[in-house]
Design a protein around this ligand. Structure first.
Ligand code: BGC
Length: 382
């Protein structure tokens, strides 16, 4: 299979680069959730522009949004581990979901002479100026998981197929409610998606709605709260408490009379957790189908306990490996492998992308996907 082949190629490349002795040590502080405070040192110099040359500089800046969500910790750790194993020096920073913090962290990475930037943005629209600085210095930028919008500086995008994530969530609901054969039956559904500044939301919600909207149009699915448009169902910062409080209001206004809730489309696990908390405190009917994404430990535990039906599994090891391959190709003056040149227009250009494949996990297959693959130990899920 293609994936296996890539895995083998990556291992070969990593061993080769280690044998070649290009191992820089990880001298940089791998970030806590605090603003980077280092002084800029080489502003105005243009030495880091030569990304293809082997001047011994192997610094890769990795900017992650927050430590609050489990997945970004895994993404950061996996990437650091793999980049270092491949001989690169890594400056890994987390920004507490503060846009200004992320901007200053990236400025520092640029000043410190990084050659490649890997950025999972907090708000895809807020990095324009710092991206311009990166471009001026010839630094290649890989947008990680979330696309950086309206910037010519973004060279590549590595992510999971975000449209497919939403589609699989919608299909899960379609399948479990057997909507194709619903006849005259009607089912109640509510919607919760993520941060309005995250471009992925357009794909998650869009993919799910491409499956579910026809059933809403036909009256097979009914949304008692009437909240079906993307902006109304958004959750700032993908925040669990915000999702919970919105959902408590929905339950109080529409379901307190015993109305049955059949399904909740939640775009990820942090919002699904908010929904599950609200259901626990404010809903007495039969538990609805509840979707999610990331396979965070709390959500997998909820899945095992019957409080969340599924979660999309995006193996962060796969994405990290792909990005390490990309960085390696760039550092060696080559072109990284991409598999999509059409989908992700950031408003400035269509960004060459590598899309990894998401799969769904539920109580029937989580052991095989998550435990047997070594992603989690059985104990972590207890
Ligand atoms: C990621 C999801 C994550 C969400 C909240 C999205 O951009 O693709 O995996 O759950 O952000 O952090």
């Amino acid at each position: 299979m293609k994936k296996k082949f890539l895995g083998v190629m990556l291992s070969v490349a990593m061993v080769a680069s280690l044998l070649a002795g290009c191992g820089g040590s990880s001298g940089t502080e791998s970030g806590g959730d605090t603003p980077a405070t280092e002084e800029k040192t080489d502003e105005g110099t243009d030495e880091s522009a030569d990304t293809g040359s082997d001047d011994g500089n192997k610094l890769v800046g990795v900017a992650m949004p927050t430590k609050d969500l489990q997945r970004w910790n895994q993404d950061g750790t996996n990437m650091q581990k793999e980049l270092e194993a491949a001989g690169y020096e890594v400056d890994l920073q987390y920004a507490s979901n503060e846009i200004n913090t992320q901007v200053s962290q990236i400025e520092n990475m640029i000043s410190n002479g990084c050659k490649v930037l890997v950025v999972a943005s907090i708000d895809g629209d807020s990095l324009g100026t710092v991206m311009d600085q990166a471009k001026e210095k010839g630094i290649k930028v890989i947008a990680y998981d979330r696309l950086i919008m309206n910037s010519p500086a973004v060279s590549y995008y590595a992510t999971f197929d975000n449209y497919m994530v939403g589609k699989k969530q919608g299909e899960y609901i379609e399948d479990k409610l057997d909507l194709k054969n619903a006849g005259d039956k009607k089912y109640n559904i509510e919607f919760v998606t993520g941060d309005p500044g995250d471009n992925n939301v357009n794909f998650f919600f869009g993919g799910a709605m491409d499956v579910l909207q026809p059933y809403l149009d036909a009256g097979t699915l009914v949304c008692p709260s009437g909240q079906t448009d993307k902006d109304t169902v958004a959750t700032v910062n993908w925040d669990t408490e915000k999702a919970q409080s919105r959902f408590e209001t929905i339950l109080a206004s529409n379901y307190s009379d015993g109305t049955q809730l059949d399904a909740v489309l939640a775009s990820n696990d942090s919002t699904a957790l908010g929904v599950a908390n609200a259901l626990a405190s404010s809903y007495e009917g039969k538990y609805p189908i509840l979707t999610g994404q990331d396979c965070d430990i709390a959500s997998v535990k909820n899945m095992i306990a019957g409080k969340q039906s599924m979660s999309i599994f995006k193996d962060t090891r796969t994405l990290a490996s792909k990005v390490v391959e990309m960085v390696d190709a760039i550092m060696k003056g080559g072109e990284p492998e991409i598999n999509d040149t059409e989908t992700y227009d950031n408003g400035d250009h269509v960004v060459p992308s590598y899309l990894c494949e998401p799969v769904f996990a539920d109580v029937d297959n989580y052991k095989e996907l998550l435990v047997d693959s070594g992603y989690y130990s059985e104990d972590e899920l207890k």
